[in-house]
Design a protein around this ligand. Structure first.
Ligand SMILES: [Mg+2]
Length: 462
């Protein structure tokens, strides 16, 4: 099945070169997508009544809230969350500082999540304040005209259309067109005569939005698509590797609902899919992009939403500090710290550029390792594309969700991902860097987190 002869090696080299060229093209289209998004965001509806100036103390900062395990457990609000949000708005219900909800959930629309939050927290939450794990896909315009297979649950076709995708095939549509592919559940096997597979367009890419309901169906059909180069109704030919692009949102292995112990997240589905692909082909499943916390692209997008809100609050200066409040060390804390590292790298790049312009030598300091394109969210070489970035992003860990104070420490050796005693719950393509899992602040709950942030900024919350 695997290509091994010299002709195939040449073909593989050719494909790798093509891949490199495509990667450059993708960076270009990503930059274009980013510019589009930026110009779109300029037109976000801002009601004239909300354009008022706030005196916001000595600092200028914004808040990023994770949702599950921080504000709610399942459908139950976490004690203190409602009071905390009452304190964050004035008498007219307007926010005192920019607030964005950054969740790795992805099986719904932003508007739906905003309505749920408004109901739970008893303050007005708009769709512009919510970002789901898939929100940055709006920037991946190079995929919007391709025929994409989408995996997840909920109104996934609507979600994909809303993000800009125009040619969408769901797993159910694929099952319907090729009824012989899904046979694990005997009750769902086709009964009686099975007609020829209906023709479907060739699938160009796979987008994994979130955990599906029937894992065995999705794993089988996605792997069929990868092995047949996007033509799952046809017989297997020589293996195409690298396979067609796969983009995945939400890498959370576990998340906290109402049960006493954490539940499987989409990250667990990815582990199963990766494992099945590797077992069958001997090759690693490759991701074109990994989106959602902890990837940097997620925080780039959240920062853009914070900036737009700051403008709508009448703030004229830049937002200098972001505080990211979360319950998951591998998603929220790792992501916020990785983004902070990215902000520092952007600052160094700008300093070097300025020094070069003035003919002076920039002072060199010890730098952390360069980020991989996976950590950045599927692109590379993006340092410094934005001029008005915050100075830092600080992470605040709460103890009301996945993390508990008595849980095991992470392994000290960065090369070690799994040992008998210690387990690394991050995604396969992210490096274990123990320093990134250490929060700037550790507090009991969200109320304490917000009070601490306002104290840090020198304007205690009333
Ligand atoms: Mg959480």
């Amino acid at each position: 099945m695997r290509s091994r002869n010299p002709t195939d090696t040449c073909k593989l080299m050719g494909r790798l070169l093509m891949t490199r060229r495509h990667k450059m093209q993708r960076i270009q289209s990503f930059k274009l997508g980013w510019q589009l998004l930026n110009s779109e965001a300029k037109h976000l509806s801002i009601s004239p009544s909300s354009l008022r100036k706030y005196s916001h103390g000595p600092g200028s900062f914004g808040l990023l809230f994770d949702i599950d395990g921080v504000l709610v457990r399942g459908r139950t609000p976490i004690p203190g969350a409602k009071q905390c949000f009452r304190n964050l708005v004035d008498r007219k219900g307007r926010y005192k500082v920019p607030v964005v909800f950054v969740t790795n959930a992805g099986n719904c629309m932003r508007q739906t999540k905003a309505e749920q939050l408004s109901h739970l927290l008893e303050v007005e939450v708009s769709a512009e304040q919510v970002m789901l794990s898939h929100s940055p896909l709006r920037m991946f315009t190079q995929f919007h005209n391709m025929c994409v297979l989408v995996s997840g649950q909920g109104p996934i076709k609507e979600v994909a259309e809303n993000l800009g995708f125009q040619n969408i095939i769901t797993i159910d549509m694929l099952r319907d067109a090729c009824p012989l592919l899904d046979v694990v559940d005997h009750n769902r096997r086709p009964k009686g005569y099975v007609p020829e597979d209906k023709s479907l367009p060739q699938i160009d890419a796979v987008i994994l939005f979130g955990e599906p309901i029937r894992w065995e169906t999705n794993i089988q059909l996605i792997i069929d698509v990868l092995l047949t180069n996007g033509k799952p109704g046809s017989a297997l030919g020589p293996l195409q590797y690298p396979h067609i692009p796969v983009l995945a949102c939400n890498m959370d292995l576990l998340w906290m609902a109402e049960a006493k112990n954490p539940r499987f997240g989409h990250g667990m589905f990815l582990v199963c899919l990766e494992s099945a692909y590797k077992k069958i082909t001997g090759y690693d499943l490759q991701y074109e992009a990994l989106i959602g916390k902890p990837s940097v692209v997620t925080y780039n997008y959240a920062e853009l939403l914070v900036r737009k809100q700051a403008e709508s609050l009448g703030w004229t200066g830049p937002v200098e500090t972001l505080y990211a409040i979360g319950d998951n060390p591998m998603a929220d804390i790792y992501g916020a710290n990785l983004y902070n590292r990215y902000l520092q790298a952007c600052q160094r790049a700008r300093t070097r550029l300025q020094a070069k312009g003035s003919g002076k030598e920039a002072a060199t300091s010890e730098e952390p390792p360069a980020m991989t394109s996976k950590e950045l969210g599927g692109v590379s070489g993006m340092y410094g594309i934005e001029e008005r970035l915050p100075e830092s992003c600080r992470s605040v860990l709460v103890c009301t969700g996945v993390y508990s104070r008595d849980q095991q420490e992470l392994p000290p050796d960065p090369d070690c991902t799994v040992t008998e005693q210690h387990v690394f719950h991050g995604h396969r393509d992210f490096r274990l860097d123990p320093s990134l899992t250490q929060p700037s602040f550790l507090v009991q709950d969200v109320r304490e987190a917000v009070e601490l942030v306002f104290q840090q900024e020198g304007c205690p919350l009333e």
